[in-house]
Design a protein around this ligand. Structure first.
Ligand SMILES: *[C@@H]1O[C@H](CO)[C@@H](O)[C@H](O)[C@H]1NC(C)=O
Ligand SMILES: *[C@@H]1O[C@H](CO)[C@@H](O)[C@H](O)[C@H]1NC(C)=O
Length: 480
């Protein structure tokens, strides 16, 4: 491409747009965790919600209803319909559709209601009674569900609009002599009952949204307890939006130590991906999510471990093993315990690449002699470098992991009893860390970290894929 003035202008416009773009992303918090729900996921949600809505709609109470009739030559009489109960509310094809820009539309078409009840009529001295069946056909309901969030970060859902329609109501009257008389007025009766029922439907829908759906949505965690030390902040950083294919929630996705919550010197990366419609949900989990976990555990002091003299039966950590390279120490403190304090002086940075999750932790080991009265005498400080990888999986709605470590390379950083060659320690450290320290880390990783899911739902058929700076978890849902 030639770099003529035209191109320069184009490129500077692009650069300007890029700067504006950056300014915009800085203005709103970028998400460390993104959750998308596809149409398949909405279909599942709709199916689950319909079970509840159907139960609620079955509770429609139709008040007693009475009227008078007047027929030439016969004169006046009265009738009454009472004890009406809904026997069934059949909803054949409910649908939940995405609507711009923050709402869903629930649509029900061709639903039907079966109601049964009793009637009685009076005409002069004649009294008659019987049963009737009411069949309400072609019921349609359209309800808009608008999403937002409250000041505590909980997602809110309200029924912002509801419309219903009934095509026809037909009444079947059975029973004694005067049944024929009532039948003469079926149109009037049907119209009145249609109006009564019609008015109740949207009331029930609105009420179900506020008393059933909203409390359920509130079970989506905002702050999720990870363990005794840390929690995860899953509050939304932007309004929930609908695209033409997905419902999208951008969440903070940040771990924090409950003892002290400070700002982190890292920012979430941009997560660009094309989610598939084959799964109900899709979660973008950034390296920021994992790295804030490292920071939180680091700040809380959890990333330290002390190895004492009684490690395991095969190995006794005492001054005898120092004979070979620190004879002075072995002589000064004969057969005394040695303690190793292993820590990460700076939080290791985990990086996510298409090839997987990896990091290059830099650790330190401070060695001490333990005197018989338990006082500690500092011996030396070792620096340790290695490469590590993390395999991520999910179990019971929790992210779980398994860490693997490469060989540790040592460096003597400081010694109180003279210098020595670290290669004397390489074997023992490369034995201790993978057999004593790593299993403890993996035990914690196996217990996992909670994903943001509402109550009673479990992810199934899931797959993980890693991309530049984030992991993508795609899954279906299932009721537990
Ligand atoms: C432990 O013993 C050492 C050496 O005998 C002594 O210097 C130190 O003061 C003792 N510490 C305590 C806490 O008694
Ligand atoms: C560490 O790096 C080596 C060499 O690149 C590689 O073969 C090994 O798989 C890595 N180990 C881990 C646990 O990442």
């Amino acid at each position: 491409m030639a770099w003529g003035p035209d191109n320069v202008r184009k490129w500077s416009t692009l650069a300007l747009l890029a700067i504006m773009g950056t300014a915009l992303t800085v203005a709103t918090d970028s998400p460390g965790f993104v959750a998308l729900i596809s149409q398949k996921g909405l279909d599942f949600a709709c199916q689950q919600g319909m079970v509840v809505l159907q139960e609620e709609l079955q509770t429609i109470s139709v008040p007693d209803f009475s009227g008078v009739f007047k027929i030439k030559h016969l004169g006046k009489g009265s009738y009454e319909f009472y004890s009406m109960v809904v026997n069934g509310f059949h909803i054949p094809n409910p649908e939940m559709k995405l609507q711009p820009t923050d709402s869903l539309q629930l649509s029900i078409k061709e639903a039907s209601i079966k109601i049964s009840g009793k009637w009685k009529t009076k005409k002069n001295f004649f009294k008659a009674s019987g049963n009737f069946d009411l069949s309400v056909e072609g019921v349609s309901i359209f309800a808009d569900l608008t999403m937002g969030s409250d000041p505590t970060g909980h997602i809110t859902i309200t029924c912002s609009n509801c419309d219903s329609h009934i095509d026809s109501v037909s009444i079947k009257i059975s029973g004694s002599m005067l049944g024929w008389l009532i039948r003469l007025f079926h149109r009037k009766i049907e119209t009145s009952l249609k109006n009564i029922i019609y008015k109740k439907i949207c009331k029930i829908v609105r009420n179900s949204v506020s008393s059933k759906l909203q409390p359920y949505v509130k079970t989506l965690p905002v702050i999720s307890r990870a363990d005794d030390v840390t929690s995860i902040d899953y509050s939304p950083v932007a309004p929930i939006i609908t695209t033409n294919q997905f419902l999208k929630g951008e969440l903070k996705g940040q771990f924090f130590w409950r003892g002290h919550r400070g700002p982190y010197p890292i920012e979430p990366p941009e997560m660009k991906f094309v989610p598939s419609n084959d799964y109900m949900v899709c979660m973008g989990i950034s390296d920021y999510f994992f790295n804030t976990a490292v920071f939180a555990y680091q700040e809380s002091g959890t990333l330290r471990i002390t190895l004492g003299s009684r490690l395991d039966t095969r190995f006794h950590l005492n001054t005898d093993f120092l004979k070979g390279f620190l004879p002075k120490v072995a002589k000064m403190f004969p057969s005394m315990g040695v303690q190793l304090l292993i820590s990460a002086p700076s939080p290791p940075h985990l990086s996510i690449q298409p090839s997987g999750l990896s990091f290059n932790p830099k650790l330190e080991t401070q060695a001490f002699v333990v005197l018989p009265n338990s006082s500690l005498i500092p011996l030396f400080l070792l620096g340790m470098k290695t490469n590590a990888s993390l395999e991520v999986d999910a179990e019971d709605n929790r992210l779980i992991g398994e860490m693997k470590l490469g060989r540790l390379l040592l460096e003597l950083k400081q010694s109180n009893f003279g210098s020595f060659k670290v290669k004397f320690l390489e074997d023992i450290i490369n034995y201790l860390i993978p057999t004593v320290v790593l299993p403890k880390i993996n035990e914690r990783l196996r217990r996992g970290f909670p994903l943001p899911l509402p109550a009673g739902i479990q992810i199934i058929n899931f797959v993980f894929n890693s991309y530049q700076n984030f992991l993508l978890l795609e899954a279906d849902l299932h009721r537990t």
